[in-house]
Design a protein around this ligand. Structure first.
Ligand SMILES: [Zn+2]
Length: 772
């Protein structure tokens, strides 16, 4: 992506000077509210205070009074506002003026303090600086407060209190995509996120009124004024879709809650063919409207504890100061952490999701093919490697084909594959996939990630470890674009988050799109990889990512955190679990990475893994977003019992008519009673129930209205759950793994709840053998 050509300030000023008259005309006759503050300022400077400014110019030689430019807005891809500015006013005093007019300083200080909610002593102190002409009392106040100040000035005929127009940034989406958007500081300059990366473009160029006089030597006193109108900033249209973003955040938060995730979570959803980022979520987040406020409840608790300790300590004592220092440091660190966009600024442990890269390199280089075979005994020694390599499955995977090695996520097979490729060769592929360089995404603070050198990778110890995804820390955005290249025909793209830059009239001045950096693997290798990656969901460790009607592919990952140590300096067993999902596999369009940093609650199987914890999150995100994004489900080869249908209203119909309506929804029925028409039905019209279900039609008989107690299905197998539900007058819908040995890990109605007859109970089935 090419950044727009920078127009120098001088050029802009030149251009603006020429259009000043026309613009003034437009401003006066349109009376557009937006321009009112600027117009008022110009009016004051040009006409009302001309004499005063001339006098000042003489005493000051040169005076430049800035005219602020309006900062551009930030929109999501559906033109929802994510960041905009509103007009506010800053209250300042002119101490020199107050003193000369012999105003009552105490009266001003007390009353202004009350109106503005500030300290009266602060005002007194500033009013005492007699050599100053401009002392800010309160910044960026809303119109109501400013009006109250104006009223106070007028009623008391006061001199020396002034208001000036200013602008304040606001973010209507609150915490949504906060780390992507960022925020501006008190001076209206971008401080974080896109506000910072695109600051020059958003900011525009401030105008000025410059008043000058000649030099003293000639003793020719003359003065002139020159006006440079402000050029408003450009606006940004993002590739981010707020709906997708909200679904990412919703599903991440559900997983954080479910698995007691300690260090937050993140997700990226990207278009695999263009590199456009549809959503980038980092939890816990913050509210850019109030960016100093800490939202992490854990940190808040910690701060409260320090504060409580401080209250019990003598003020000013050494202990007190130590505590105060600790408080400030904790608070500052928490702020930096909540602002940080770890999807681009930090490396993470990708674990076995990296095996997709190793396998693509093996197939593309010809080092391995579909006929390659492996044997995993659970452990293996390699020359040059000191420690024995263990597979995550202790008993071992036995004989495996290449496809099975990926499906099983077998560490031994992948160490073998690494040896077959060779360190230098693998290094070249890793380089080609862009894992040794920044992606160039248009976001601030992009990091490089951590990787081995070519020399290191040429040693077996490193090679056999890297091949299955350990001991490296790429950034999440690097991994997403590398795996996108694996499935999109081999193209390494430059990811981007701004699709268009607009001028103040909405004209497009810059457009971003697909930018191919290089091709890492052949189209043929990529197509083969798609088949293999899909088989991980249908036959491998990613069965929990299954979604009826869609062909989902993906790779699970579970990795120990590389640089987390306990108090004895030993590496902890903290883990980061992740899943990279792609949909739909017959024509890949979207890639979604989800990572959960340090889950603390173990899943039902007693273990922590990406296959159990992260794969279902990606499945739920795809379930929430694919149809919205226009990817139609294909139910032709799907068991309709796994898909919900809607119960039609068949009341007052004949049995024949009702039968036809039900058939269209893949439903069967039984009748109760012998009337001519349907008088009641279970379930109610509009209810969702699994396809192929049998419903009940009441032909003249009363519909029973008693409630049913929801049974406990947790821990049951699919067959057990089905038999419990079979005679209970309820329906059972399942999501997740379709393996016969999966177990129910969740149900939407808690056991013991009373529900109407014909209610559908949805359970989550988890394959607890998906341990990587
Ligand atoms: Zn194995």
């Amino acid at each position: 992506m090419v950044k727009p050509e920078k127009v120098s300030k001088a050029d802009r000023a030149k251009a603006n000077y020429g259009v000043l008259r026309r613009t003034t005309f437009v401003m006066i006759f349109c009376g557009i509210l937006l321009f009112v503050p600027l117009f008022r300022q110009l009016y004051v400077l040009m006409i009302k205070e001309h004499d005063q400014y001339e006098t000042r110019a003489i005493s000051n030689q040169t005076r430049s009074t800035p005219i602020s430019a309006d900062r551009g807005e930030i929109f999501d891809r559906n033109m929802n506002i994510l960041a905009a500015s509103k007009t506010v006013e800053t209250v300042f005093i002119d101490p020199w003026e107050i003193h000369n007019a012999e105003e009552d300083v105490d009266f001003i200080a007390e009353n202004l303090a009350k109106i503005l909610g500030v300290d009266a002593d602060m005002i007194r102190e500033k009013a005492g600086k007699l050599d100053r002409r401009y002392e800010i009392i309160s910044r960026k106040r809303d119109l109501e407060v400013a009006d109250a100040v104006r009223q106070f000035i007028t009623e008391n005929e006061l001199t020396g209190i002034h208001l000036e127009a200013d602008s304040k940034r606001y973010y209507p989406a609150l915490t949504t995509a906060a780390q992507v958007i960022g925020f501006t500081n008190a001076e209206n300059r971008g401080a974080e996120g896109l506000e910072s990366y695109y600051d020059d473009i958003l900011q525009g160029t401030a105008g000025a009124v410059i008043t000058t006089k000649g030099n003293y030597e000639t003793q020719m006193l003359y003065s002139y004024e020159k006006y440079y109108q402000a050029t408003n900033g450009y606006s940004l249209v993002l590739t981010i879709d707020t709906n997708v973003q909200l679904y990412l955040e919703k599903n991440l938060n559900a997983a954080i809650e479910k698995y007691g995730v300690k260090n937050g979570a993140f997700a990226i959803m990207m278009d695999v063919n263009s590199g456009a980022i549809l959503g980038m979520a980092i939890e816990g987040s913050y509210d850019p409207n109030n960016y100093l406020e800490i939202l992490d409840t854990g940190v808040l608790k910690e701060l409260d504890e320090i504060k409580a300790q401080m209250a019990e300590t003598e003020k000013g004592s050494e202990e007190y100061l130590t505590l105060a220092d600790e408080y400030n440091k904790t608070e500052a660190a928490a702020r930096l952490r909540q602002w940080r966009n770890r999807c681009v600024s930090d490396g993470y442990e990708p674990g076995s999701t990296f095996k997709t890269i190793t396998l693509a390199a093996a197939l593309d280089s010809g080092a391995a093919d579909l006929n390659s075979a492996f044997y995993c005994a659970g452990q293996k020694d390699y020359p040059g490697r000191e420690s024995t390599l263990h597979c995550w499955k202790e008993k071992g995977h036995g004989y495996e084909t290449l496809a099975m090695a990926l499906q099983n996520s077998c560490n031994i097979a992948f160490a073998d594959i690494g040896m077959m490729i060779g360190g230098s060769n693998l290094y070249d592929y890793i380089d080609a996939f862009g894992l040794l360089e920044r992606t160039g995404v248009d976001m601030s603070g992009e990091a490089l990630g951590v990787f081995h050198s070519r020399k290191e990778l040429s040693q077996n110890a490193q090679l056999t470890t890297v091949a299955f995804g350990q001991s490296i820390k790429p950034t999440p955005i690097q991994m997403v674009r590398a795996i996108a290249a694996v499935v999109n025909g081999g193209y390494v793209l430059q990811p981007y988050v701004v699709s268009e830059v607009l001028d103040e009239n909405g004209n497009v001045v810059q457009k971003n799109g697909r930018t191919v950096v290089r091709q890492a693997i052949s189209k043929e290798t990529s197509q083969l990889m798609c088949k293999l990656i899909e088989s991980v969901v249908t036959d491998g460790t990613a069965g929990n990512a299954k979604l009826p009607g869609y062909r989902i592919g993906g790779k699970t990952g579970t990795s120990e955190k590389l640089d987390v140590f306990d108090e004895h300096g030993n590496q902890t067993d903290d883990k980061i679990v992740s899943f990279v999902g792609i949909a739909p596999m017959d024509n890949p369009q979207y890639i979604c990475l989800v990572a959960l940093d340090t889950p603390t609650k173990k899943a039902a199987g007693g273990l922590i893994s990406g296959g159990i914890m992260a794969a279902p999150v990606v499945r739920d995100i795809f379930s929430d977003t694919l149809l919205y994004l226009g990817v139609q489900p294909d139910y032709t080869n799907v068991d309709m019992a796994t898909v919900n249908v809607q119960m039609p209203d068949v009341r007052d119909l004949s049995e024949e008519e009702a039968a036809k309506a039900l058939r269209e929804e893949s439903l069967t029925y039984i009748t109760v009673g012998s009337g001519e028409a349907v008088t009641g039905q279970i379930p109610d019209p509009g209810s969702l129930l699994p396809g192929n279900s049998e419903v009940i039609l009441y032909m003249g008989e009363a519909v029973p209205t008693d409630l049913i107690t929801v049974p406990n299905l947790k821990g049951k197998s699919p067959a057990q759950a089905a038999s419990i539900i079979a005679n209970s007058n309820l329906y059972l819908q399942t999501k997740g793994s379709n393996r016969y040995y999966a177990v129910v890990t969740d149900q939407d109605y808690e056991p013991g709840t009373q529900v109407p007859r014909g209610t559908t109970i949805t359970v989550e089935l988890t394959d607890n053998t998906a341990l990587d």
